[in-house]
Design a protein around this ligand. Sequence first.
Ligand SMILES: *Cc1c(COP(=O)(O)O)cnc(C)c1O
Length: 222
Amino acid sequence: MVKERINEIKQSLPEDVKLVAVSKYHPASMIQEAYDGGQRIFGESHVQEMVQKYEALPKDIEWHFIGHLQTNKVKYIAPFVSLIHAVDSEHLLREIDKQAKRCQRIIPVLLEVHVAKEETKYGWRPDELLRFMESGAWQQYENVSIRGLMCMATNTDDECLIASEFERAHQLFQTVNDALPNNKWTECSWGMSDDYPIAVQHGSTMVRIGSLIFGERLQVLK
Ligand SMILES: *Cc1c(COP(=O)(O)O)cnc(C)c1O
């Protein structure tokens, strides 16, 4: 079942859009099933859970950390994480850089931009993010490689609002990229189970899909 759903989603995606299978709260056995079907990129949003799954599962899995990351937990995932999606402050970026240095790694990251209506969502304000990139301050963090942006749209049925939020993130991505002399950004991480077709129409290069692949998560754990 998991394999079939992954294949259906993959067929609906343009060839250059990557699928991050969001496996949070689902057991390692389901990840193994997806792995056996060829899926290699998995997304998790809790540090301890990701570490346990990393230890239990094949080593060629690319583990993406997609949730809000606390600075004091960066050290646990720094040795193996493939991409950290939701870097929402310079403080967190600095800590990732520090832990990456200790592991002698360069950790790829995305900056999370806040485009949704909800107050509660994390992320940089677009103007703050632009100023941070223009200032060049990011260049001092030599053990992180910023690859692009991540965002979450408002949780709503209003498809026009969702589209406008993804579009805003995409325009910011392009504005920054036009100004970067080299090391151009390549990744736009947006789109989840309910809104990924809209995300793909607005620049997404990476969709993060959980419930559509693995079914509903246990509410008690949410
Ligand atoms: C859980 C989660 C997803 C996946 O959500 P679904 O609606 O199950 O596809 C995507 N991105 C983030 C940041 C998440 O926390």
